[in-house]
Design a protein around this ligand. Structure first.
Ligand code: FES
Ligand code: FES
Length: 157
């Protein structure tokens, strides 16, 4: 059994203090321990983006990040984007533009799209396309995803 260590971090705005095995990945902490199953497990190797979350404002693949490295940091997951009253504007735009079919890739895609929109004012369609290259979708195709991203960017202009 792997040794454990205590970590403190902020999860979706809430302070948490936990003991975690040193070999546990952030994705497993979220899904198996904290019941936050919005973040998806697909490749488990940093190739598909399904497990994308934000740590200290930057997107990371949670399947590659050890949970111990969350200590002192701020983690945002798909569950933390919306308010109790409404979907986040990026989530809503994906719904409005029909950018979701099976939905499996969408939490990661939305986390990455949100990161791009927040960090590149006036994000172009081409920039969005390049920025989403690490998020793989098998069924929707990217046209509607890019339509959704473009709509959010335009609503901020
Ligand atoms: S499950 Fe993490 S990148 Fe694919
Ligand atoms: S909506 Fe099914 S994989 Fe993207």
């Amino acid at each position: 059994m792997s040794p454990k260590t205590e970590i403190r971090f902020k999860l979706n705005g809430r302070e948490l203090q936990l003991e975690v095995p040193v070999t546990m990945k952030t994705l497993d902490l979220l899904r198996e321990r904290l019941g936050l199953t919005g973040t998806k497990y697909a490749c488990g190797e940093g190739e598909c983006g399904a497990c994308t979350v934000q740590v200290d404002g930057k997107t990371v693949n949670s399947c590659l990040m050890y949970a111990v490295d969350l200590d002192g940091r701020e983690l945002l997951t798909i569950e933390g984007l919306r308010t109790p009253q409404a979907l986040h504007p990026v989530q809503q735009a994906f719904v409005d533009h029909g950018a979701v079919q099976c939905g499996f890739c969408m939490p990661g895609m939305i986390m990455q799209a949100n990161y791009l929109i927040e960090n590149q004012p006036g994000l172009t369609r081409e920039q969005a396309k390049r920025g989403l290259e690490g998020n793989l979708c098998r069924c929707t195709g990217y046209t509607k995803v890019l339509d959704a991203v473009e709509a959010v960017v335009q609503s901020k202009a």
